[in-house]
Ligand binder design. Sequence first.
Ligand code: AMP
Length: 111
Amino acid sequence: METVFSKIISREIPADIVFENDDVIAFRDINPQAPVHVLIVPKKWVKGIESADSSDKLAELLLAAAQIARDEGVDRRGYRLVINSGADGGQTVDHLHVHLLGGRKMHWPPG
Ligand code: AMP
């Protein structure tokens, strides 16, 4: 499945990549909602969390997110990880991704 994120993975379109390993790529969101807004994406296409299974690298996504939070210097004050799922969840790109948001106080409940 070709998505804007698979084009970033294959370097067909540019992105500000902050982390990459064999399983995961992470880059800055093009429309940031916080001073730090990074998307952590599995290189193997998975539509979303609803279609993920135990062969998908879900733990690697979260561990990469925590590492990036430390690298970005938001770990001490805190940050938020978000997975939007489906229409009501606000998912707009059908390629599983975790949002890392930090650098400001987050609101609760989210809108
Ligand atoms: P979601 O709404 O949870 O599916 O998140 C998709 C995110 O992808 C949004 O926050 C968009 O701003 C972001 N996005 C879309 N296209 C790009 C791109 N080319 N580079 C970086 N981020 C993007």
